[in-house]
Design a protein around this ligand. Structure first.
Ligand code: MN
Ligand code: MN
Length: 464
């Protein structure tokens, strides 16, 4: 080589957008893929709904339910439904099980507002639900916006009633009041995080009194009468209910060019959906594959449906033992993608990012070596060797990817389920889609990044 141009092409790393490398057909494919994703978003606003939708798609692809204790068969395609709130799919490959399992783990819960167990009350001509928010929300974003109610009421007789109000165009929606600017001067002086305290997130659900009632709580009574008419429930049944308030909007294209999707709960359905579609598509891979769709990530992965639950290890043990493998050897040779979103660089808020190491929108799927706060506290910090392997697997398939970190050093930080999986001696790294306005009621992603995530999961499931 003789000149600087040749040397710079050979030596420099330059982050590229998907648009720079993808063909017209590939961009069309990304656009088509996004339609299926948008339908999944609208059908699955809670973990329970995501499990149902996941089972529907898996069943259509030939997967069958697995029960603990059952022997798994080579070539089998299974799903394990954990209490209707987390879902683990696995396919048994032709190679020896001690070669390990290829695992993709995403979460299907999202930040929202849950009802308390004694939620309903009446005050000054309105009936409301008391709530307790779930996950990291910025409370000011949830007021003065249309909301839907999703969840279940578990009756004392063992029956479970599904609730979904606010999704159908003919449904009513719900609402959290905010102050008018005319009277909001004191509120406006407060720090953003204190302007709307948690106990003010009361959801407006009615204002009409029960016909002919002159007693107190006539509006509350009317609200209960309507719930009784529709669901057969009484106030006591809230005691054993899980009811979630989520944004009432559907997923929509954003931008004149329709290149982006705005929706509730991209974190982490934008990884769960491509991880799921990859295992459905790669079910015949010679590798044994597993796709974990976990609950409770947004509250710390605790509980029996969260990633810290033993169920995931129990299943690996069952698979290993069914096929005559040592579970410790299986784990030692397994590889995992902890599939979760990253924060995309936002030019409106440049101060919190370090641009050279922050994922950019439309530059493909993000590989995050480490997460955590301060001095990488709480991080999995994947090994260079594992990242090298994954890099090779993605580059072989032409997957557009970028390295990324969640914001500037010492600015905050965050974590994922990666460390809970890595703790079992499984190679694990974070991979996901960059998101604008993460945890907002309406988040934004780029369709091309979603599609590269899907292609990355397929490359992972099929690579040598
Ligand atoms: Mn997440
Ligand atoms: Mn999150």
């Amino acid at each position: 080589m003789s000149n600087a141009k040749e040397w710079s092409e050979k030596l420099f790393y330059k982050k590229k957008t998907v648009y720079e490398s993808a063909s017209k057909q590939a961009l069309d494919a990304a656009h088509d893929y996004a339609r299926g994703y948008a339908a999944f978003l609208d059908a699955a606003k809670t973990e329970r709904e995501a499990v149902k939708e996941g089972i529907r798609l898996a069943t259509a692809a030939g997967f069958v339910p697995y029960t603990l204790g059952e022997r798994v068969q080579r070539g089998g395609k299974y799903y394990y439904n954990n209490r209707g709130k987390s879902l683990i799919l696995f396919t048994v490959g032709s190679e020896p099980i001690e070669c390990g399992i290829r695992i993709a783990a995403a979460h299907i819960d999202a930040p929202r507002i849950d009802l308390k167990q004694c939620p309903l009350y009446e005050e000054s001509g309105m009936s409301f639900f008391k709530t307790h928010y779930y996950g990291g929300i910025r409370k000011y974003q949830w007021v003065a916006t249309p909301l839907a109610l999703h969840g279940v009421v578990a009756m004392a007789d063992g029956s479970v009633i599904d609730v979904s109000v606010g999704e159908d165009e003919r449904d009513p929606v719900f609402y959290i009041n905010d102050l008018l600017p005319h009277l909001g001067q004191e509120q406006s002086k407060k720090p953003l995080g204190e302007a709307i305290p948690g106990e003010k997130l009361n959801v407006l659900v009615g204002s009409r009194p029960f016909d002919g009632a002159d007693e107190t709580d006539a509006i509350k009574l009317n609200t209960l009468a309507l719930l009784h008419e529709k669901y057969g429930i009484t106030e006591a049944d809230f005691l054993s209910a899980e009811l979630c308030v989520v944004p009432a909007f559907k997923a929509r294209d954003i931008g004149f060019d329709r290149s982006l999707i705005g929706a509730y709960g991209h974190d982490d359905r934008v990884c769960a959906y491509p991880a799921l579609s990859a295992i459905l598509e790669c079910a015949d891979s010679k590798h044994t594959l597993m796709c974990i769709l976990a609950d409770k990530e947004e509250t710390g992965s605790d509980g029996n449906t969260g990633m810290k639950s033993d169920i995931f290890m129990d299943l690996i043990n069952e698979i290993a033992q069914s096929l005559g493998g040592n579970p410790a050897v299986v784990r030692a040779n397994s590889k995992c993608l902890s599939a979760d979103v990253s924060a995309a660089y936002d030019p409106n808020f440049p101060d919190v990012f370090e641009k050279r190491n922050t994922p950019l929108l439309s530059c493909g799927v993000v590989l995050t070596k480490f997460t955590g706060s301060r001095g990488k506290s709480g991080t999995n910090d994947a090994s260079a060797e594992y990242i090298g392997w994954l890099r090779g697997a993605m580059e072989k398939e032409g997957v557009v990817w970028q390295a990324g970190e969640l914001g500037r050093v010492d600015c905050g930080g965050g974590g994922t389920v990666a460390k809970y999986i890595a703790a079992h001696n499984i190679e694990t790294v974070d991979l996901g889609v960059p998101v604008i306005s993460m945890h907002a009621p309406f988040e934004v992603i780029a369709k091309v990044d979603l599609y590269e995530a899907y292609r990355a999961f397929v490359a992972f499931c099929t690579a040598e």
